[in-house]
Design a binder for this molecule. Structure first.
Ligand code: OAD
Length: 263
């Protein structure tokens, strides 16, 4: 039996027990939407020094430099459309709705899970589509296509910053606790397109594992998690997830229309 069939069977069995089917995703799921990953060949951290553009110290040393980086990333995310992997997760949520929930925990800041239709998305690292003031409580998610000048400023006169998590910062209030609870109560966790190297996010699949949750990894390469995984699918997410969704649909509906198609 292929690994995709094993994974589909595992998902349907756990969903039929009413246990949530959780996806834990990273940059790799958006790679086929044209959003580059952080590590590996062509990764963002090959072109930029994270300590200069993605730490509070780097930002306050040179806010315009950090903003140019974030604006380039935001433009790439805005240009990217959800790919078949994002769509397959949203499709599975719908297909399993009468049995259980299918929340997504993501390290991504691109908003592509929501754009694909996933209704329960926990963003661990914030969103490139929001800004907040470094001083007052101002926050905004209605951003212009381009800021007239960088760095943009709040009406209070202080700097605006992207509402993302930089290295050395706390995760958004409540998001880590929520992700942990989801992980611990899951029936299955699909770990998709992440190197699982950045803490504390990388501890989420480990928390699932410690609660006997079955793990499925979808990644073309081996990761630090791979040896702990129950079912490994060594493929890109845009190929593996639609096939997995289709098998899940077949198990749920027999030979009915279970194809996961782009709208
Ligand atoms: P990484 O860039 O570290 O890892 C991306 C993973 O996706 C790698 O394991 C790739 O093998 C895999 N991958 C690449 N293309 C894929 C595809 N088409 N389908 C499936 N998998 C694919 O990205 P993350 O693990 O998300 O944090 O990185 C975690 C955090 O590190 C990010 O959220 C960001 C970064 O620094 C912050 O900025 C705070």
């Amino acid at each position: 039996m292929s690994t995709i069939s094993d994974a589909a069977r595992m998902i349907v069995e756990q969903a039929e027990r009413g246990l949530p089917i959780v996806a834990f995703t990273g940059a790799g799921i958006s790679q086929e939407s044209g959003v580059p990953t952080f590590r590996g060949g062509g990764g963002i951290w090959e072109r930029y020094a994270p300590e200069e553009v993605a730490t509070a110290e780097g930002f306050f040393r040179d806010p315009a430099r950090s903003w140019r980086f974030h604006e380039e990333l935001r433009r790439t995310c805005l240009a990217g459309k959800p790919n078949m992997a994002h769509i397959a997760l949203a499709w599975m949520e719908n297909a399993l709705r009468s049995l259980t929930n299918c929340p997504v925990i993501t390290q991504n800041i691109d908003g592509l899970h929501q754009a694909a239709g996933s209704s329960d998305v926990t963003e661990l690292h914030g969103s490139c589509h929001r800004v907040r003031c470094v001083e007052c409580n101002f926050a905004d998610e209605d951003l212009p296509a381009e800021f007239p000048e960088l760095p943009p400023r709040c009406e209070c006169g202080e700097l605006l910053r992207p509402d993302v998590v930089w290295f050395g910062e706390q995760l958004p209030h409540g998001s880590f606790d929520r992700a942990r609870l989801l992980a611990e109560s899951a029936g299955v966790m699909m770990v998709v397109g992440t190197s699982a190297t950045v803490q504390p996010a990388a501890s989420i699949p480990i928390a699932a594992l410690q609660h006997d949750v079955s793990l499925i990894e979808i990644n073309p390469v081996c990761t630090t998690l791979s040896e702990l995984i129950d079912v490994t699918i060594r493929d890109v997410a845009g190929a593996a997830l639609p096939e997995l969704a289709e098998r899940v649909g077949q198990l749920l509906n027999g030979a009915g229309d279970s194809e996961c198609k782009r709208e």
